[in-house]
Design a protein around this ligand. Structure first.
Ligand code: ADP
Length: 262
């Protein structure tokens, strides 16, 4: 018989993430599916996390959902906003964090976090694909590679092929014409990363960046983009292999807190 287990599920626009923690708030299971709200993704991520933790859903003491598609899940005990969950998760993953930059599949947000992971303020871009994971996904599609290959290309770049269009559709045409003009993919990828970094840094400046700074969301896995963002914001940026699970971790921590208060 295992002790209490708490589950957080983050159903994003692009990916579904599940984290299961124990009574000491340590992660005992996690699951990820690269499909988001309205797809089988949440179920697949849930099954993977339960299998890794070695428990059934009935064994879960309390659960909390977050993310774009959280309203589609009826079986969870609680729902929390993505912003609160990202603040809470980041305080656990990156102790002492004050600024969280979260770039997901369809939006980008910057959060100010106070003591104990309480959300103090935020700014968000959810109106435009440029500056989000979607922009990078579209560009990877043009190169015929996986989005996870972009960091390798950036590492091979010798200069930045500047992308002047801020609109994803126009930027895609610009990238195609640079490719046709013989510009190396690596330099174009450096330009794409520089463009996303500029937009994100602009968003962050509206809020004010205080160290310690951490990056969460799937795009945090791209170290090429993170390095360009560090140059623009002027602070080192912490990431973790668990960055994409940050919202789900925050939800699991809320499930634990709420059930111990109940
Ligand atoms: P959401 O919560 O909005 O669904 P996520 O935070 O899960 O989004 O991030 C999804 C995005 O992360 C994808 O659109 C993709 O651009 C990016 N991504 C996912 N995996 C990787 C990877 N291995 N390397 C780089 N980027 C990645």
């Amino acid at each position: 018989m295992v002790g209490n287990r708490y589950l957080g599920i983050d159903v994003g626009s692009t990916a579904s993430k599940v984290v299961i923690i124990d009574e000491n708030a340590e992660i005992v299971g996690k699951g990820l599916s690269a499909s988001g709200a309205g797809t089988p993704g949440p179920k697949l991520a849930l099954e993977a996390a339960l299998a890794e933790a070695g428990v059934a859903l009935e064994d879960i003491s309390s659960s909390c959902s977050t993310g774009y598609g959280r309203n589609l899940l009826e079986w969870t005990d609680y729902q929390m906003s993505e912003l609160s969950c990202h603040a809470k998760g980041a305080a656990k993953l990156f102790p002492g964090v004050r600024t969280v930059i979260d770039i997901g599949g369809q939006d980008a947000k910057v959060l100010s976090v106070g003591d104990d992971g309480v959300l103090e303020n935020f700014v968000m871009n959810d109106k435009c694909a440029a500056g989000t994971g979607r922009f990078l996904d579209v560009m990877a599609g043009v190169f015929g590679c996986d989005v996870s290959d972009l960091e390798r290309y950036d590492a091979e770049s010798t200069e930045i092929a500047e992308i002047s269009s801020t609109c994803t559709v126009f930027a895609e045409s610009e990238v195609i014409s640079k490719l046709a003009g013989g510009v190396p993919i690596a330099n174009i990828v450096a330009g794409i990363h520089a463009s996303v970094a500029s937009r994100t840094a602009g968003l962050a400046r509206r809020l004010g960046v205080k160290p310690k700074v951490a990056m969460t969301g799937g795009v945090a896995l791209n170290s090429g983009l993170r390095k360009r963002l560090e140059e623009k914001v002027g602070f080192p940026i912490s990431t973790s292999e668990l960055s994409q699970f940050n919202g789900a971790l925050g939800a699991a921590l809320f499930a634990k807190d709420k059930s111990s208060r109940a």
